[in-house]
Design a protein around this ligand. Structure first.
Ligand SMILES: CC(C)(COP(=O)(O)OP(=O)(O)OC[C@H]1O[C@@H](n2cnc3c(N)ncnc32)[C@H](O)[C@@H]1OP(=O)(O)O)[C@@H](O)C(=O)NCCC(=O)NCCS
Length: 150
């Protein structure tokens, strides 16, 4: 596949099934449809999806308060390493800039080395560690930050 034969767009309620299905197959703590619908309608979150033709191949959930927080990102395994994850992060940067937000933060499990390296490639830095911040199973996490230039 060419790296640019997908596009990223904002999700709405009609995408909740596809998003929860990707999450079920790819996330360590999957988001079900009800949770996705709540997130789409809570007034502080944006969900962006990556699509190849009509197929949804990945998503990111970002909450915006005084800073932006990425609370989940996943790309279907057969569509990884083609730039979709980076494109989803770019959309989060764009969305944050529109809201005059200067930082995007996230937490990643210490054992999720693939995601850690992905975030480092996308420009995030490790700010620190938090004990037992994840459950199912309980695990320490890294707190990461991406400073956004105006
Ligand atoms: C993390 C994830 C979203 C990355 O998606 P992706 O579409 O494969 O990422 P991209 O293709 O945009 O990769 C961007 C960069 O990160 C690198 N990268 C991606 N996955 C990587 C991995 N597992 N190990 C090392 N580097 C990785 C790519 O090589 C690329 O670097 P480059 O631009 O120098 O070539 C995907 O692996 C995933 O869904 N993982 C399972 C869910 C998960 O762990 N989510 C994170 C929860 S905190």
């Amino acid at each position: 596949m060419m790296p640019d034969d997908f596009y990223v767009t904002k999700a709405d309620d009609n995408d909740a099934d596809c998003i929860s299905e990707i999450s079920r197959k790819n996330s360590r703590n999957p988001w079900n449809k009800t949770a996705i619908l709540q997130e789409l309608n809570n007034g502080i979150s944006s969900i962006f999806i990556a699509k190849r033709k009509t197929e949804t191949i990945g998503f990111v959930i970002m909450r915006i308060t005084d800073c932006s927080e990425i609370v989940e990102i996943a790309v279907s395994s057969k569509h990884r390493k083609c730039g979709a994850g980076r494109a989803l992060i770019s959309k989060c940067i764009e969305g944050s800039k529109c809201n005059s937000i200067c930082d995007i933060i996230l937490q990643v499990r210490k054992s999720n080395i693939g995601a850690l390296n992905f975030y480092l490639k996308c420009g995030f830095e490790v700010l620190g560690e938090r004990r037992n911040v994840f459950d199912n199973p309980a695990e320490d996490g890294y707190i990461m930050n991406l400073g956004i230039e105006a």
